[in-house]
Ligand binder design. Structure first.
Ligand SMILES: C[S@@+](CC[C@H](N)C(=O)[O-])C[C@H]1O[C@@H](n2cnc3c(N)ncnc32)[C@H](O)[C@@H]1O
Length: 209
């Protein structure tokens, strides 16, 4: 939706990636399948700024992948706070760990292995910040599982909600339909205030009232 030259200009006028995140970004591209799943520099800075503004005590991330967004989200954690991050792929857990250590946040991270649908109910609230970034077909289900665990003023960020712009197509495949259903569900829910940001693949910002 934004031309590559504008994208370059935007990145050039956004704070730099830390060395740990740059190393993780590079290692993910060299060694892991589907590196385009990683949030990346620009969205990473946004996650850091949101977390720093909210000063969360408890963060839940659905979809760790190689840990890039977890490191960004942890930027604003209160001392003694915890970031729970869930992934179903057991090969990714050990990949992320050294980068959590290099970022000095390993003591604040709890990695959970398994299907988020079964793990989320075991995580105690109140939650201050939730990042939904796994299994597009389950976004609405994840929303139902977390919305009442959020403290008032707590925030859910849901990634990829524009799905490369396909949500506006008349004929939608299953994932596109699931994301469109999610966007409509959030829009109709009176417990929250929401803003769909046209950042990268679309980021829905949802605040619990
Ligand atoms: C888009 S990637 C996450 C990217 C990461 N948040 C980042 O920005 O660096 C999605 C991740 O969700 C995981 N995943 C897919 N289905 C899942 C499920 N049902 N439960 C937990 N994790 C799942 C995948 O293994 C993958 O690592």
């Amino acid at each position: 939706m934004i031309t590559p030259i504008i994208e370059q200009y935007i990145e050039a006028h956004t704070s730099f990636e830390s060395q740990v995140l740059a190393d993780l970004n590079r290692a993910t591209h060299l060694k892991v399948m589907q590196p385009n799943m990683l949030s990346g520099h620009y969205q990473g800075i946004l996650l850091q700024l949101i977390s720093s503004a909210l000063r969360p005590k408890t963060i839940l991330e659905i979809g760790t992948y190689t840990g890039y967004s977890a490191i960004c989200l942890a930027a604003g954690l209160q001392p003694g706070g915890t970031l729970h991050t869930i992934d179903v792929n057991e090969e990714l857990l050990p990949f992320a760990k050294p980068y959590f250590e290099a970022a000095g946040i390993q003591h604040q991270i709890q990695q959970h292995l398994g299907d988020a649908k079964t793990i989320i109910p075991t995580i105690e609230g109140p939650l201050d910040l939730v990042f939904i970034d796994a299994d597009k077909a389950a976004y609405s289900h994840y929303f139902d599982l977390v919305v009442d665990k959020l403290r008032p003023g707590g925030v859910i960020l849901a990634d990829n909600v524009l799905w490369k712009g396909k949500v506006v197509n008349d004929h939608k495949d299953n994932k596109t339909k699931a994301l469109d259903d999610f966007n409509k569900k959030v829009q109709a829910d009176e417990r929250v205030k929401n803003l769909l940001l046209p950042i990268r693949d679309g980021l829905m910002w949802i605040e619990r009232l």
